[in-house]
Each structure stands twice: as C-alpha cells, then as structure tokens.
Design a protein around this ligand. Structure first.
Ligand SMILES: C[S@@+](CC[C@H](N)C(=O)[O-])C[C@H]1O[C@@H](n2cnc3c(N)ncnc32)[C@H](O)[C@@H]1O
Length: 203
C-alpha cells in the first residue's frame, strides 16, 4: 500500500509555511530538551530543504548555518553551504563561517542516506552520517554545547549512543510524535558537551 504522505504534519507544514513536516520534529525535540536557546549559534547538517533551519532561526535568532549536498533556497537570516558532511573540507568551511561566533552552541543533524529499502544497509549508512556529524560537532561545539542527531535504528545504535555519552554530560534517545509511526528513525540528544580527556590522563 502506498505510504500516506499527506498526513497531519505534512498539511500543517504547508499551512504554516514550513518547508518540511520535519520542522515539527525539531520543535518537539526542543520543547522537551531545550537544546536551542535565544542567541545560540546553530549549525544544521543535512539541512535541505530547510524546515529545521526555519525553526532553528525562530528559536535562536542568532547565527544559523545549514549544510547540505543539495542547494537550499534562501531563508532570511540563515547562511547556507553546499557540502558533504563526510568530506573533511566541509568541516574547514564550516569552521571558517562560524569563526566570529567562536564556535557553535548547537549542532543538529537530520541527514538521511538515500534509502535502499535494505534495513541493515540503510542503518549502516545512517551510522556513517551520524559519526561524521558527531566528529564535526566535537570539533566546533563550545564547551556546554548541545547536539541532536537522527539515527536509523539497528544493531550499531547502542554503540553509537555510548560514544555520544563520552562527549556529553547528558545523552538520551527520543522519538518525537511527528516522526512517522513506520519510520526506523530516532533522535539522540546530547547536552553539555565536554572534551573527553586523552587516555592515560590522571588529573
Ligand atoms: C530528511 S532531509 C533533511 C530535512 C531537513 N531537516 C528539513 O527539515 O528540511 C535529509 C538531508 O540529508 C542530506 N544529506 C545526506 N547525506 C549528506 C551528506 N553526506 N552531506 C550533507 N548532506 C547530506 C540530504 O541531501 C537531505 O537533504
């Protein structure tokens, strides 16, 4: 049976001027975990078409940067960058663009691989994107910063959550109501970024 695309959140997004129904996922995540605060510098990885960027801009009012493989049509007050988050040169470009803010307060990532329909393959590709997002986050977040990342569930999920826990004082998985019931996606929320000590460090 074809998936019912035009559901409640799809229609709501159309009516309220959001570019995607995903906007409500970020709103729900933020209502529960308060990840984005007024004035925050926010970097959104895998941001096209821009539904999360619209919400991030509303919540922070500060510097908001969206990165994607695909071009993002302009959003007032939001910067965009065409780039692959798995490519190290993208990190350098992001660092250059947030230099004035001296880092990011929040990194959010809703990136999805092209879905093959093969659960294990899609899970593995999703974990690759999550690792790239976490790697960028650990290089650009200010101490105390927050992180949100989408993961397609599977057998590597708990290992990835354990890695996130090494970098954040709080880390938890959350499924917003706006996620489709049949979707394998879940979001990991990390709050309170800290740089983990190198192995062998005693004090
Ligand atoms: C579900 S969409 C994001 C929706 C967005 N949060 C919104 O609210 O409009 C997933 C995005 O991830 C992007 N993406 C996938 N792999 C990527 C990569 N390696 N680098 C950058 N973006 C990527 C895709 O191009 C796609 O636009």
């Amino acid at each position: 049976m074809p998936r019912k695309r035009e559901d409640y959140f799809y229609r709501k997004a159309k009516k309220e001027g959001y570019r995607s129904r995903a906007s409500y996922k970020l709103q729900q995540i933020n209502a529960k975990y308060n990840v984005i605060r007024l004035g925050d510098t926010v970097v959104d990885l895998g941001a096209a078409p821009g539904g999360w960027l619209q919400v991030a801009k509303e919540l922070s009012g500060g510097f908001v940067l969206g990165v994607d493989l695909q071009a993002i049509a302009p959003i007032e007050g939001v910067e965009t960058l065409l780039g692959d988050i798995t490519d190290p040169s993208t990190l350098q470009k992001i660092q250059g663009m947030i230099e004035k803010s001296e880092g990011a307060d929040v990194v959010i990532c809703d990136a999805s691989p092209n879905l093959s329909g093969n659960w294990s393959l899609d899970h593995a590709r999703s974990i690759d994107l999550c690792n790239s997002a976490l790697s960028i986050a650990t290089k650009i977040l200010k101490p105390g910063g927050n992180f949100v990342v989408k993961v397609f569930q599977g057998d590597m999920f708990s290992d990835f959550l354990a890695v996130v826990k090494k970098h954040f004082s709080f880390a938890k998985a959350y499924g917003p109501q706006a996620s489709r019931k049949e979707s394998a996606e879940i979001y990991i929320i990390g709050k309170g970024f800290f740089r983990s000590r190198p192995a062998g460090h005693l004090s």
